[in-house]
Design a protein around this ligand. Structure first.
Ligand code: AMP
Length: 285
């Protein structure tokens, strides 16, 4: 292996595009690969990106073929990859759920005792069932798990779900989440934290953190600052600056992106004006 840091990312499927865009947003400047190219060099850092199947990433990292990799946490656990989870990346979020046809009487996992369950995630499914003390027969299928009950291959399924629309379309009802997954950066177990690895974690982490937040700016009546501050779902203290107009201050704060929807009307009610929210490019705590 060369002394350039190598990172494996999924060559196709739903994790390819967001993984590539994370590397781009991180400023690594990976050179756009051609159709069949399996490796891309980065212009701004001594990093090479290898494209491999998402399922194979844990093994490549475990065996030291590459230094780091990006794949789904579900795949790491399903493949029993002996790797370190270095960073959660905030995309590719999905959950492993058990589901039955809507007309079925089951209401919880324990109601699947002694029944046949189709899955393409046999290890994760077996572990979830064992943890719940449920004995069931797992029927391993590759893809299109959700049609298994209709084909009478099984009475229930255990599958990855993100929006739940595939379940609904196929007349299935969830019995709940067994495992939550998202894309993760992984590294070889126990590998020393050398400078390149630490830099990669800091830089990717700065983009992941930034994406989850917005920079909020607004003008607030001076006597409402305490109330507005109490309202903000932020860890740190907001910045409050005087304005030329007496009785009004400018307030700046970093807020979680998913809180904006709830926050804006409340700010308006407290008299905030000129409310702006801006995307954040990078954020290092
Ligand atoms: P793919 O290569 O497109 O099959 O991607 C599979 C990976 O994408 C899974 O291992 C998960 O980590 C992630 N993922 C996110 N949402 C879903 C979903 N609804 N179904 C399956 N995989 C998902």
């Amino acid at each position: 292996m060369s002394d350039r840091l190598t990172i494996a990312i999924p060559s196709k499927g739903r994790l390819r595009e967001p993984s590539w865009s994370l590397l781009e947003a991180s400023g690594l400047a990976p050179e756009e690969p051609g159709e069949r190219v399996l490796i891309a060099h980065c212009r701004n850092a001594d990093v090479d990106v290898l494209f491999v199947r998402a399922d194979d990433v844990p093994e490549y990292v475990q065996d030291g073929v590459v230094d780091c990799g990006i794949t789904g946490l579900d795949l790491v656990r399903e493949r029993e990859g002996n790797v370190d989870i270095l960073l959660e990346l905030g995309y590719g979020t999905c959950s492993l759920q058990a589901a039955v046809p809507t007309e079925d009487t089951a209401t919880s996992l324990s109601d699947l005792e002694g029944r046949r369950i189709a899955t393409s995630h046999p290890r994760l499914a077996a572990k979830a069932l064992a943890d719940a003390g449920v004995n069931a027969e797992l029927v391993k299928v590759v893809g299109s798990v959700e049609i298994a009950p209709r084909l009478e291959l099984a009475e229930a399924i255990i599958d990855l779900v993100s929006t739940g629309s595939t379940l609904r379309t196929n007349g299935l009802r969830t019995l709940g989440t067994l495992f939550s997954s998202q894309a993760v950066l992984i590294g070889r177990v126990g590998e020393a934290m050398n400078e390149e690895r630490a830099t990669l974690i800091t830089v990717l982490g700065s983009v992941v953190n930034a994406r989850a937040n917005r920079y909020l700016l607004c003008n607030v009546p001076s006597d409402a600052v305490d109330e507005v501050t109490a309202l903000l779902p932020t860890k740190g203290s907001p910045t409050v600056m005087p304005l030329a107009t007496p009785g009004v201050v400018a307030l700046h704060a970093l807020v979680p992106a998913n809180a904006i929807w709830q926050l804006l009307p409340k700010l308006e009610r407290l008299g905030a004006t000129s409310i702006l929210t801006l995307p954040v490019e990078r954020m290092v705590h």
